[in-house]
Design a protein around this ligand. Structure first.
Ligand code: ATP
Ligand code: MG
Length: 253
């Protein structure tokens, strides 16, 4: 079943065409890893999915919601934009937690403020989510009192608290010390196993190999090649993919 469909997504910044004509469909429970060199448009693509960045052209469909680039911001569009954003969980490289709120308060905030969930219910759900990401003993800590890996796991729990249809990750482990990367990847892996639909921009090649149902190589604003992780890592077809894999030390032979 299709969860997200991107059709003909285009984006330029001035003269710089960053996304050329991106078409991508993602099915329920699919884990898609996007990789590619710096500046190839990976972050811009994720941002276009939620219209954090408005594409110059194209359509984003999420479930029954549909947003078309360039339409006037009327009531209908505001409604579909809200639906798009409420149903996607975004996890950034920088964790962006509320600094003056505890881990638990960070996770309760969205459901209470945006979904008008009752406080006691939001709390119960928040506790369960923090337990799930291994932070049962850190609920009342403020972000400054948490390691980067713990903060990122709070950020993941916070995104999950809105019960999104899809989780988007933009280099979630890039800002972390190496010893903290594993605990965050493990949480993501567990979520994947439970059937969460995810799009993950990452340089973690082992994660891509082990967890991705589909791997996409982007370069220069286009999808160069996509396929199963076995196809991409072990039998790449495109010269550009082979070069990228060599550059990141993943080329066999
Ligand atoms: N707000 C912006 N204004 C102008 N140019 C931008 C803006 N955001 C991105 N760009 C440009 O778009 C191109 C793609 O950027 P993007 O951040 O999507 O790349 P990326 O693949 O995520 O790279 P990285 O791996 O370094 O994160 C780059 O040339 C970048 O300079
Ligand atoms: Mg980026």
């Amino acid at each position: 079943m299709e969860v997200i469909k991107l059709q003909n997504i285009k984006k330029s910044f001035g003269e710089n065409e960053v996304l050329s004509d991106i078409n991508l469909t993602i099915n329920k429970s699919e884990v898609v890893v996007i990789m590619g060199p710096s500046g190839s448009g990976k972050s811009t693509l994720l941002r276009c999915v939620t219209f954090l960045e408005e594409p110059d052209g194209g359509v984003v469909k999420l479930g029954e919601h549909e947003v078309r680039a360039g339409e006037p911001l009327n009531k209908q569009r505001k409604k579909s934009l809200r639906a798009l954003r409420q149903n996607t969980g975004f996890v950034f490289q920088q964790f962006n937690l509320f600094p003056h709120k505890t881990a638990l308060e960070n996770v309760m905030e969205g459901p209470i403020v945006i979904k008008k969930v009752r406080r006691d219910i939001a709390k119960r759900n928040g506790v369960a989510l923090l337990e799930k990401v291994g932070l049962a003993d850190r609920m009342d800590h403020y972000p400054v009192q948490l390691s980067g890996g713990q903060q990122q796991r709070v950020a993941i729990a916070r995104a999950l608290s809105m019960e999104p249809m899809v989780m988007l990750y933009d280099e979630p482990t890039s800002a972390l010390d190496p010893e903290l990367v594993r605990e965050v990847l493990q949480v993501m892996k567990d979520l994947a196993k439970e059937g969460m639909t995810m799009i993950v921009v990452t340089h973690e090649m082992t994660f891509a190999r082990d967890v991705a149902d589909r791997v996409i190589l982007m370069d220069d604003g286009v999808i160069v090649e996509e396929g199963s992780s076995d196809a991409i890592f072990n039998h790449p077809k495109e010269e550009r993919t082979k070069r990228f894999l060599r550059d990141v030390g993943q080329q066999k032979v």
